[in-house]
Design a protein around this ligand. Structure first.
Ligand code: PLP
Length: 456
């Protein structure tokens, strides 16, 4: 009886809010108290073991080639030995193939025959569809209505049944799992299935083969399967290596789970990092990962867009938002203590609609100050427009786009014209010169970004 009392007391204490991680705004920084909580505080969950991951490594190896982990061209700018673990090189463009194949290979015979069902915003669905076709297992992918259409179309092309559904993801997940059970199929969670996490953990094994003395690994987090897998291997084989989780500010579900000491739902909004939008982290993923993560860092859309541009321009790689998120932290200079260290970022995927990619790159150029967009009202005379072009030309900037609106706009009358211009420049300094010249010549000029908040 006494013991029971103590136990329940201990449990309550563990689950009490941790003042250190109860920060209203998640920030980069150590969360020292999280790892010190004793295991006994955790509820039941499926524990991922190093052996599960080693077995998965053997199991998936024949079909899933080792991905490159190369030294980045950004090493000198970022003052660190930075490696990029490029998971875009899988056939379906993301790391999700690892977990999907491992789970499919471990299916019970009746599930191999009846098939599998999943809920996925795309990449897990793609991995499952591809390997399901290869292994002759029927696959159904339930996607949220607003999933990237490139991913839905590719799943269909890989012979999967795709169902687009709207509504709350949590409820969708529960109903799909129930439907799978009723129909004798297996439900394979994109992040919380133990075999999926084990498959994702094989990335950690490959990293340790290629960079055995790695100091820190930055991992994007959605439902938490990827980080749970990688952290399980790395903390076992190289305990001094730091595992840093990266989440989107638009969906900080792991952070909130740490705060609440259990997975909880957070409201999420639309983001470029669609693969990282999971309103409630996986139960197994959370308890397997939480003490192995030393820091959580949040990224916003601008940071991700800049990293995507950086990857295209410097590394010649196309990354989707979630794929660029880990690098975004470093490009934004969020973790200066990693300077001079050996760091690996997981470039987790490259599936992105071309139009979204072009929009993200364009926005990144604006953040970098290399695209300047403005509106100015001029006299409705050709010479006024010619004068504007001359002002631009004198700064050496190039006009990429110009639109003149004479009527049908509330800001113009019959004597004026509203000119919208997009200029490209070669340097930040040139953009500043252009903006200064425009402000001097046209005090009413309106920039898309506030010129007073221009910073590099
Ligand atoms: C490209 C990409 N990166 C990261 C993640 C996050 O992985 P996890 O849900 O296992 O945390 C996902 C998940 O779909 C993804 O597609």
């Amino acid at each position: 009886m006494e013991q029971n009392k103590n136990n329940s007391g201990a449990k309550r204490e563990c689950c009490e809010p941790d003042p250190f991680c109860f920060l209203p705004v998640p920030v980069a920084g150590p969360m020292e108290e999280v790892p010190s909580l004793p295991d006994a505080c955790d509820p039941e969950y499926q524990k991922l073991q190093l052996k599960d991951i080693k077995d998965a490594y053997e199991r998936i190896r024949p079909e899933i080639a080792k991905t490159p982990c190369y030294l980045s061209k950004l090493c000198s700018e970022l003052c660190m030995q930075l490696y990029i673990k490029d998971e875009t090189k899988h056939y379906t463009g993301s790391f999700k193939e690892r977990g999907a194949r491992n789970a499919l290979l471990k299916l019970a015979p009746q599930h191999k025959k009846n098939g599998v069902v999943t809920v996925s915003a795309g990449n897990h669905g793609l991995g499952l569809s591809y390997h399901g076709r290869h292994l002759c297992v029927p696959v159904t992918v339930v996607m949220p209505q607003d999933a990237a259409c490139i991913k839905a179309e590719r799943c269909k092309a890989l012979c999967a049944e795709v169902q687009l559904r709207s509504g709350d993801m949590g409820a969708m997940m529960r109903s799909v799992a129930e439907e799978a059970k009723q129909s004798g199929r297996a439900f394979i969670s994109a992040y919380d299935h133990i075999d999926v996490m084990a498959g994702q953990g094989t990335i950690g094994m490959e990293i340790l083969e290629d960079v055995p003395d790695v100091d820190a690994i930055l991992v994007p987090i959605g439902g938490g399967g990827l980080i749970a897998g990688i952290a399980t291997v790395v903390k076992k084989l190289r305990p001094c290596c730091e595992i840093i989780g990266v989440e989107s500010v638009k969906c900080p579900s792991f952070h909130n789970a740490l705060v609440a000491c259990k997975p909880t739902f957070v409201p999420c909004s639309k983001t470029l990092t669609d693969g990282m939008v999971v309103p409630c982290v996986g139960h197994n993923a959370f308890y397997n990962a939480r003490r192995k993560i030393s820091r959580l860092v949040l990224v916003d859309e601008e940071m991700v867009e800049r990293a995507m541009l950086c990857l295209v321009e410097r590394e010649k790689v196309v990354a989707e938002g979630s794929g660029a998120a880990a690098l975004a932290v470093l490009v934004a200079g969020q973790l200066p203590d990693l300077m001079k260290k050996r760091v690996v970022v997981i470039l987790s995927g490259g599936n992105i609609d071309s139009l979204v990619l072009s929009c993200a790159l364009r926005r990144a150029l604006m953040h970098e100050g290399l695209l300047v967009r403005f509106e100015v009202r001029l006299d409705n005379k050709t010479c006024a427009t010619a004068r504007l072009l001359q002002v631009i030309a004198e700064t050496g900037a190039n006009v990429r786009d110009i639109r003149l609106e004479r009527c049908g706009h509330q800001d113009v009358d019959v004597f004026s014209v509203l000119v919208s211009v997009v200029c490209e420049t070669c340097t930040w300094k040139q953009s500043e010169d252009l903006m200064d010249r425009l402000e001097q010549t046209y005090p009413e000029v309106r920039f898309e970004r506030d010129p007073n908040t221009r910073e590099c």
